[in-house]
Ligand binder design. Sequence first.
Ligand SMILES: Nc1nc2c(ncn2[C@@H]2O[C@H](COP(=O)(O)OP(=O)(O)OP(=O)(O)O)[C@@H](O)[C@H]2O)c(=O)[nH]1
Ligand SMILES: [Mg+2]
Length: 299
Amino acid sequence: MSWLSEKMEKTRRILNTPIEDLFSGKKPVSEALLDELEETLIVADMGVAATTRLMTALRKKVDSREISAAEDLKPALVSEIAAILAPARPKPFAPRAKPHVILVMGVNGVGKTTTIGKLAARFAGEGRKVLVVAADTFRAAAVEQLAIWAERAGVGIVRHRDNADPAAVVFDGVEAGVARGVDLVLVDTAGRLHTKVNLMEELKKIKRIAGKNLAGSPHDAWLVLDASTGQNALSQARLFDEAVGVTGLILTKLDGTAKGGMVVAVAEELKVPIRYVGLGEQVSDLRDFDPDEFVKALF
Ligand SMILES: Nc1nc2c(ncn2[C@@H]2O[C@H](COP(=O)(O)OP(=O)(O)OP(=O)(O)O)[C@@H](O)[C@H]2O)c(=O)[nH]1
Ligand SMILES: [Mg+2]
């Protein structure tokens, strides 16, 4: 069993329970069986758009007699899911500027700070010079949490006092990134402000200030989504995308009781590369997203 499969054990259990029964045997594929499969995909959080696409493809294969027995449904489903995920496969990340500034965003608790810690360690391990910027000044202890990750990863940090203006921290962070000649600046942002509108306005401001200080920055705006939130993640993604433009996704907590189907839903609807997946709380629990590996781990 692959490492990813092991980590996704719980996810798979949820998806498998009804699906494996559906798929078994030489019994002919009936309309009732297809309906049951459709329901299972929805419950597994594949989303309406992806489920519709999958079921249309499968029904076509049944109509054309390409599929006749229940046991043939599974390989067909696997390859259709792989087709949905294929465009989400990102090109390997490479900085396009020096420094390359990455805004890390997401609602509270999804794993932004943890992911930045993991990314900082990984990039530093690749020999890149990394600076993290503590622009979540809203939540008490957020700065300290990032500082601990930075120390662990052996990278620099730019921080102000709690409640400082996040845009001012980002301004200094970008400036320090240039002055210190770093390769990557990772900006940690708040997940919760008094209102959602505040949060989006602040992200826009952060983006503007970064661009003023260093033309072209931020070069990326990565959105962190908690895979266990299912369909809610989709609406979050739309919201952030409208406000600041999302250039990549990071899906965390796939090791938990996440319904892996959400990954398929996001890939079908957002057309944004899924850069990384988070599979735990440890620094090494971050993986490049690999659609093939993912589909294998799903079943
Ligand atoms: N199991 C698991 N836990 C994770 C993963 N990523 C983050 N966590 C945990 O999720 C919790 C929240 O993580 P944070 O990194 O603080 O999340 P955040 O988005 O920065 O939260 P705020 O700053 O409050 O908005 C912590 O307990 C993390 O250890 C993951 O991939 N798997
Ligand atoms: Mg945080």
